[in-house]
Write a new protein. Structure first.
Length: 421
């Protein structure tokens, strides 16, 4: 959820609550003022009638003068002084409906200790219609104010946060291999300036660390390859000598195998480092099917020696936009495992559709979890020539291109499934 959406998510219900409470209080205040005017008018009329009764001990006719219903009764006995003002509904035969009234009931006594009762009815239908209109106006007013306030808050927040989003967008395009600085836009907001400064320092540190690591990896690889090449050449010369004893030949052979393994280990780690550092950034459309066919051709002699049968079911060219070198390394490592760890008289089946490339081959049962083979230096075979980096390189390549690789094994049947789309 975006920041502006999140803030609006909190702002909207709180503003709505404030508007509803404020509108209700305003409506009740207006209603109270209107009803107070009606009540004051009723009390004034009651006071006039009461004074007239006390002065003349007669019932005056105020209905025609005041224009609404008034009932006055004289009693020959004393009454308790009492006054109440309430709402009531009275049936109107003209409209065949009940009309709202505000009425005052008062009981008192004259100077002659005679009781009297005054009941005054005043219609409040017009007042209720006025309150209803006021309520509708208040609703639309506060609703409009709510929408306007949300819009203003959104526009102000978007304008205030624009430098932040610009900085995030520029930082998202940061290329660690490029010498171009971020060039984050300046702003008059101190917090965003501090954030830009942190971005600049962080990317500069990342760039320096990347260059140092890259230089170290390249130098280490180069310096290791030179003595390894010397060792391999010397061991080859030793093995060619005719006066070597059998024990000496075995020792030289062990040295040569260890040197070859160390050479492969160095090459594998260097390749993983290059993939992590995104050295292979050039991309083009490559056909995985064609690379599989060419790769199997390279292993033709080994497969003939082990009598391995090959079948390719290619319904799709499996075109993928990626670095061609990494595509060849990916397929080569998959085919290498399928060939090297296969059994005599086994088979390799390759199925390609519009989403998956599946390699199925025979082999020895697994002694470890297939998923663990994607970890570095983890291997299922005790073959001294295996360095345990093949599938780790495969996983690194697939992750860098958003692909998915899975390994399953059931008895002596191994399956590697690559989702390349």
């Amino acid at each position: 959820m975006k920041l502006l959406t999140k803030s609006a998510f909190y702002y909207l219900p709180l503003s709505l609550l404030v508007m509803v409470v404020g509108g209700a209080l305003l409506y009740l205040t207006i209603k109270k003022v209107i009803y107070k005017q009606v009540d004051d008018s009723l009390i004034t009329e009651k006071t006039i009638i009461e004074d007239q009764i006390k002065q003349s001990d007669t019932i005056p006719d105020f209905e025609a003068a005041l224009g609404h219903q008034i009932e006055v009764k004289l009693m020959n006995y004393h009454l308790r002084s009492y006054q109440v003002i309430k709402d009531t509904d009275i049936y109107d035969p003209k409209t065949d409906s009940f009309m709202p009234f505000r009425y005052l009931f008062y009981s008192g006594n004259t100077n002659e200790k005679k009781g009297f009762v005054i009941t005054i009815f005043r219609t409040i239908s017009e007042k209720n219609e006025l309150l209803q209109d006021i309520g509708i106006y208040l609703f639309f007013l506060f609703f409009s104010l709510l929408l306007i306030s949300i819009l203003i808050n959104y526009l102000i927040a978007r304008n205030l946060w624009r430098p932040f989003y610009d900085s995030v967008k520029i930082a998202g395009r940061f290329d660690i291999q490029s010498d171009t600085p971020l060039n984050l836009p300046g702003t008059d907001i101190n917090e965003f300036n501090q954030l830009n400064e942190i971005f600049d320092n962080m990317t500069c540190k990342m760039r320096d660390d990347y260059l140092n690591l890259k230089e170290f990896s390249e130098n280490a690889s180069h310096e290791i390859q030179t003595p390894l090449a010397v060792i391999r050449s010397k061991t080859d010369l030793l093995m060619q000598q005719k006066n070597l004893k059998k024990d000496s030949i075995n020792l030289v052979k062990s040295i040569n195998e260890a040197t070859t393994r160390l050479f492969k280990l160095n090459q594998g780690l260097l390749l993983i480092s290059k993939i992590s550092n995104q050295v292979f950034h050039e991309k083009k459309m490559v056909s995985l099917k064609r690379i599989v066919e060419n790769g199997l051709e390279n292993y033709k002699e080994i497969m003939e020696l082990k009598n391995i049968r090959i079948s390719i079911d290619g319904k799709d060219e499996a075109l993928v936009e990626m670095n061609e070198v990494l595509a060849e390394v990916l397929i080569s490592n998959l085919l290498s495992n399928a060939v090297r760890f296969n059994i005599n008289g086994g088979f390799i089946k390759c199925h390609i559709d519009n989403m998956f490339l599946t390699l199925t081959n025979t082999g020895l049962p697994m002694t470890t979890k297939p998923e663990d083979l994607f970890k570095r230096f983890h291997k299922n075979s005790e073959n001294p020539q295996s360095v345990g980096l093949g599938l780790s390189i495969v996983r690194k390549i697939t992750e860098s291109y958003g692909m998915l690789i899975t390994y399953t094994c059931k008895d002596n049947l191994h399956e590697l499934k690559l989702r390349y789309r």
